[in-house]
Write a protein that binds this ligand. Structure first.
Ligand SMILES: [Zn+2]
Length: 353
């Protein structure tokens, strides 16, 4: 059996640009409407650092709409999970926009004390929106995939009672200095126990988190090129949404990162905000085939970003989910549902950790 887990990194752009209505609320409503037609739960990785800062420093930007949307989603069977972009920690609001700390872009670069601080502010914020603590905030995903080196972050997550980690995307690699990640070498399994290094299967289970990686596949160069071509024919952001991908890299690092990504053309995540329907189906099928004999419930984690979820993404997602709903081996699920099934726990899942 396969558990298809729909995840959305719920956030504005990394430099604070983008407006809440057009980049967050409207595309998320669209995602929810599509998922709800299949009774598919959505796991929202809510950037708690960012929205806690907006609540404190610039609530008139639309924080009430964000909080209403998240709380309603949580009430309606969707999940709220922890996502952190630490550059927002200690943000300053000026007349001309946000002043964020790009030295803190990568959570993997922070000290354990800093990570603990960022995580507890974030968790307090999310628990205020979704009070049923057993049902939410059981999974973590690092902002910008920048979790490595992961020892300190994993220790903090364990201390905070987080059960699962979902940042790793096998094959993904970004060498740019300011926002690097490297998932070229990971266990070739659909999930594994982790202790210090997210890319290494730990021995034993007691007290450790489970890594539930984002589904990736190696697609042919021609398929990848065709998907990119189709994607470029349409808008890359939702209607009325504009933002920038400025971040911690200098110009050379950005160019180097882009060239390397190009060289790795062919490695893709199961991303329902940027991929055509036919490729979403192909990758899901491929993943199911790869792990068909694993003898356990296999999680298939798909990813999307609200700020890239366009009308085109909606058409593609509809087509893919319609296909998925017809596959007898595949069920719509979420992390906790899957976790309880594979660890044979029910409502008392926290007792495992
Ligand atoms: Zn993010």
């Amino acid at each position: 059996m396969f558990d298809l887990i729909l995840t959305v990194d719920y956030e504005l752009f990394g430099d604070g640009s983008g407006c809440i209505d057009a980049c967050v609320i409207a595309p998320t409503d669209e995602i929810l409407a599509i998922a709800n037609t299949h009774s598919a739960p959505v796991s929202f990785f809510v950037d708690a650092s960012e929205f806690a800062a907006i609540r404190d420093l610039a609530p008139t930007l639309g924080i009430a709409a964000v909080e209403a949307q998240i709380s309603a989603a949580a009430d309606n069977g969707h999940r709220i999970e922890l996502h952190l972009h630490p550059q927002w920690h200690g943000a300053i609001r000026r007349d001309d926009g946000w002043k964020l700390d790009y030295d803190k872009w990568r959570i993997g670069d922070l000290s354990e004390a800093e990570i603990a601080d960022v995580a507890s502010v974030g968790l307090d914020y999310l628990h205020s929106l979704a009070p049923s603590s057993d049902e939410h905030c059981n999974v973590f995903r690092a902002g910008g995939w920048a979790i490595q080196p992961s020892t300190a972050t994993l220790k903090v997550l364990r201390d905070q009672g987080i059960l699962m980690e979902s940042t790793v995307a096998h094959g993904a690699y970004n060498p740019a200095g300011g926002d690097w990640y490297d998932f070229r070498r990971t266990p070739k399994q659909p999930f594994w126990t982790i202790e210090n290094d997210v890319c290494e299967a730990a021995v034993g289970h007691a007290g450790n988190l489970i890594e539930v990686p984002i589904c990736t596949a190696k697609v042919s160069r021609s398929d990848h090129a065709r998907a990119l071509r189709e994607h470029r024919q349409h808008a890359s952001m939702p209607e009325g949404c504009a933002g920038s991908y400025d971040g911690p890299n200098n110009r050379w690092q950005t160019i180097h990162g882009k060239l390397t990504k190009l060289a790795r053309l062919g490695h893709v995540m199961l991303d329902f905000s940027t991929m055509p329907g036919w490729l979403l189906i192909e990758i899901t099928k491929d993943y199911m085939q790869r792990f068909s004999s694993s003898g356990t419930r296999v999680p298939i984690v798909a990813i999307a970003h609200n700020k890239n979820f366009t009308r085109q993404s909606a058409d593609n997602t509809r087509r893919w989910l319609e296909w998925a709903s017809e596959q007898p081996e595949l069920q719509f699920s979420d992390y906790l549902n899957w976790y309880r099934a594979v660890t044979n726990t029910d409502s008392d899942s926290k007792a495992m950790s």
